[in-house]
Ligand binder design. Structure first.
Ligand SMILES: CC(C)(COP(=O)(O)OP(=O)(O)OC[C@H]1O[C@@H](n2cnc3c(N)ncnc32)[C@H](O)[C@@H]1OP(=O)(O)O)[C@@H](O)C(=O)NCCC(=O)NCCS
Length: 432
């Protein structure tokens, strides 16, 4: 069966496919830099981002600039002590994510106003349990969970968060904030509220003596460290086609499509099992060793692994391979649960999506390991399994029948310059 027979996915593949160098050692920095420059010059000026300590468009491709912090930290006493000004009808709040009531408010704002696809057919629907997990990792700061309320109605109208993370860039481990869940209510868009949110979270991060951040966005702003692409593997093709996520491929029938994506009931790898609490030390060793090969990755210790990777019902799933002979932990795979609301279907309201998280293969071929991950995701009733082309993911995507989506995901660092744009395969970081 040729490629044309496969159903195409919506989000659709784009024409400017990723540049895949024939030889990793011959990474074409020029073409990558040019690619970023092109997408940036298509866009408008960036009145806010041009004022920030981030890689600037004009510096792209200038390999003489030093790698590392763009601005030195200022003494803490010089960090602005009062919050930034909001329009007078709004007020800042710090969100206590332990509180069910607060969690509900955040959930409700995001469920109605967070990220949608280009065609407004789907909207991310992070669950409350997921938000509590994502926002309370080891050492988190409540002050970095920031809401904006309308003073009169008390309704939450905007949100932004940070969580602390140690991120390794080449040999250097940098204390950073991972910034996420930036959201402004639909009725308040294009009023320049987002820059105020970003400045306020930056101020609160600075107050903890942290000066760098990592974040991702669908939009292009100055200046991505890499541009990744999502790939989608249908698990429930009939539903995906029904709700407009995928389309039936040319010369394909529904029954042939269902057959194409059918998976075995049982996983193939001997010793493949769910991760358990006693596995934390072994998984930490395995993961630390593996992530070392990427230019940028988290620096996970056992506490981080316990938080981010121990299975949590409907939030994160992790499996590993324990050698039946030696009982050594040799391989690991994980995915998180992020459903989307389906905005215009008669038949369905939710799309259940699994997102590939961290995977490590040392003995089991990565393709086999990920096929087992697909099998367990299917058993858990996910409709689709998504993966970015980061780390070694490119090596299994096509073989396991993932199709490219049309959205790009841009990765950014705040106040940290990287000498050159990275290939997605050089990135060992997945943000939620
Ligand atoms: C993202 C969002 C908060 C931006 O708010 P907005 O009302 O559209 O934009 P504002 O007028 O307040 O601010 C515009 C500025 O914010 C920047 N901006 C927009 N989206 C951004 C993002 N995701 N990350 C960082 N900066 C962003 C713009 O580039 C612009 O700055 P510039 O002039 O320097 O380019 C809003 O569109 C939203 O809630 N969208 C749905 C959720 C979403 O996509 N969140 C981001 C997930 S990465």
């Amino acid at each position: 069966m040729d490629d044309n027979d496969k159903p195409t996915e919506n989000p659709k593949p784009t024409s400017d496919a990723n540049i895949t160098p024939k030889n990793e050692s011959e990474i074409s920095m020029d073409s990558l830099a040019r690619k970023v420059q092109e997408s940036l010059s298509l866009a408008k000026r960036h009145k806010f981002w041009e004022t920030q300590p981030v890689g600037q468009l004009k510096d792209l491709g200038d390999t003489n600039l030093p790698e590392g912090p763009i601005e030195a930290p200022t003494p803490l006493s010089e960090v602005k002590q009062e919050p930034y000004n909001l329009p007078s009808q709004y007020e800042w709040i710090t969100c206590d994510m332990d509180s069910e009531e607060m969690c509900n408010e955040v959930y409700n704002l995001l469920t109605s106003n967070y990220v949608e696809d280009d065609e407004n057919m789907f909207r991310f629907n992070y669950s409350k349990e997921f938000l509590q997990w994502a926002l309370r990792p080891p050492g988190y700061f409540r002050s970095w969970h920031i809401g904006v309320r309308a003073k009169s109605s008390k309704r939450m109208v905007a949100f932004i968060t940070g969580v602390p993370a140690r991120i390794r860039v080449r040999e250097t481990i940098v204390n950073m904030a991972e910034i996420n869940f930036l959201c402004v209510h639909k009725k308040l868009r294009s009023k320049r509220l987002a820059p105020v949110m970003i400045k306020e979270v930056t101020r609160r991060v600075h107050l903890e003596n942290i000066w760098q951040a990592a974040y991702t966005a669908g939009v292009v702003i100055p200046t991505p460290i890499t541009i990744c692409q999502y790939w989608h593997r249908s698990l429930n093709p009939k539903k995906l086609i029904d709700v407009g996520f995928s389309r039936l491929g040319a010369r394909m029938t529904m029954s042939r499509t269902i057959k194409l994506y059918k998976l075995p009931d049982q996983t193939a790898t001997p010793g493949f099992r769910k991760m358990e609490p006693h596995d934390v030390p072994a998984v930490t060793r395995l993961l630390r060793n593996y992530l070392r090969q990427f230019v940028v990755s988290p620096d996970f210790d056992e506490n981080d692994v316990e938080h981010w990777l121990l299975p949590k019902e409907n939030v994160v799933d992790s499996f590993l391979v324990e050698s039946p002979e030696t009982h050594e932990i040799t391989d690991f795979c994980s995915f998180y649960t992020l459903p989307s609301s389906i905005l215009g279907s008669q038949n369905y309201t939710a799309l259940k999506a699994a997102y590939s998280y961290y995977n490590v293969s040392t003995k089991t071929p990565l393709t086999q390991l990920m096929n087992d991950a697909l099998i367990v995701a299917k058993r858990k009733d996910f409709d689709v399994f998504n993966a970015l082309d980061v780390m070694h993911n490119e090596t299994f995507l096509k073989e396991l029948k993932f199709g490219p989506g049309d959205g790009k995901l841009h990765y950014y660092l705040y106040n940290y310059r990287i000498r050159r744009v990275l290939q997605p395969s050089e990135l060992g970081l997945v943000l939620l």
